[in-house]
Design a binder for this molecule. Structure first.
Ligand SMILES: NC(=O)c1ccc[n+]([C@@H]2O[C@H](COP(=O)([O-])OP(=O)(O)OC[C@H]3O[C@@H](n4cnc5c(N)ncnc54)[C@H](OP(=O)(O)O)[C@@H]3O)[C@@H](O)[C@H]2O)c1
Length: 272
């Protein structure tokens, strides 16, 4: 963009850097949450096609091809370009960054900024796209309580936020970052099972989605332990007991434990 035009404009409160799936979802959440399109948020993305989509999807939001000055930035680019993009943010005077980039530690991110600049890391998940995400949040070495509140305010626009020490972010990646894929796999398998048992695919799909939604809401609304809720639907010698015995025989519980451990370990490797 014309640097003169950029310098004459009031700096937005937040520059979303990378208007892909996650950047765009967060922008949608912030606007729905009352952030003003003109003034509060801007978005930068080098891809002309992406900028066209962003302009159409978020009328009134300033969409630029390179970073502009802002009170803070949300870093939502792929990990391989994150550090070089941070250097461009530093060059325009941005000193507070919330990164949702998977794997890159706050120490690495801080090294690409100026000494004393603030980094906050978060691991959101794809249900953020429909405002139903959950994210783990942790502060880097210079982050204060006010910085964490600022970051939580941004992420809360697309779901719930859990504050954790940074050393636990790999486990958060293994549980909730990758978690939607585990749930989708279970859904796929149950839909196939319904078809095998003689249901149409449409009916099976409807039953599985309804069961998952209802079960998740029961856990959220009652606050009960899932083990108690499971026991409550398991009559002695009944159908559910027969199914659960099969799942235990096939070691489904330990398969999940091993799967989350593998995802956590992979997240650690990617961050090295
Ligand atoms: N998707 C998830 O579930 C999820 C969950 C947690 C965390 N994350 C993290 O979120 C980040 C973004 O993921 P995503 O799925 O939203 O990726 P995405 O859809 O590929 O979006 C990234 C966007 O950043 C743009 N970009 C590239 N270089 C840039 C630059 N110099 N300045 C500004 N924008 C630039 C890309 O443009 P081009 O297409 O032209 O490269 C693309 O539009 C990743 O680091 C990922 O690890 C994702």
């Amino acid at each position: 963009m014309d640097p003169l035009v950029a310098s004459q404009r009031m700096a937005p409160k937040l520059l979303v850097v990378g208007g892909g799936k996650m950047g765009s979802a967060l922008l949608t959440g912030l606007l729905a949450g009352g952030w003003a399109p003109a003034g509060d948020v801007a978005v930068s993305d080098p891809d002309p096609g992406q900028r066209k989509r962003l302009t159409e999807a978020h009328p009134g939001v300033v969409v630029v091809d390179a970073p502009i000055a802002a009170d803070g930035a949300l870093l939502a680019v792929k990990p391989d370009v994150a550090e070089s993009v941070l250097r461009t943010l530093s060059a325009v005077g941005i000193t507070r960054v919330l990164s949702i980039v998977a794997g890159l530690s706050s120490a690495r991110l801080e090294a690409a900024l100026q000494p004393g600049d603030v980094v906050i890391r978060a691991m959101p998940n794809t249900p953020s796209l429909i405002g139903a995400g959950v994210a783990g949040l942790s502060g880097g070495s210079a982050a204060t309580a006010a910085d964490l509140d600022w970051a939580e305010g941004i992420l809360a626009s697309v779901g719930t936020v859990v504050r954790i020490p940074e050393r636990h972010l790999d486990a958060v990646t293994g549980i909730s970052g990758s978690g939607p894929a585990y749930i989708f796999l279970v859904a796929e398998a149950m839909i196939e099972a319904g078809v095998s048992a003689g249901l149409t695919r449409e009916i099976s799909h409807q039953l599985v989605v309804g069961t998952m939604l209802g079960s998740a809401r029961m856990m959220a609304e009652t606050g009960d332990d899932p083990a108690e809720l499971r026991a409550a639907v398991t009559s002695p010698g009944g159908t559910t007991a027969a199914a659960l015995r099969t799942l235990e025989f096939k070691a489904v519980r330990s398969a999940f434990i091993e799967a989350v451990a593998a995802a956590t370990e992979r997240s650690k490797q990617l961050g090295r």
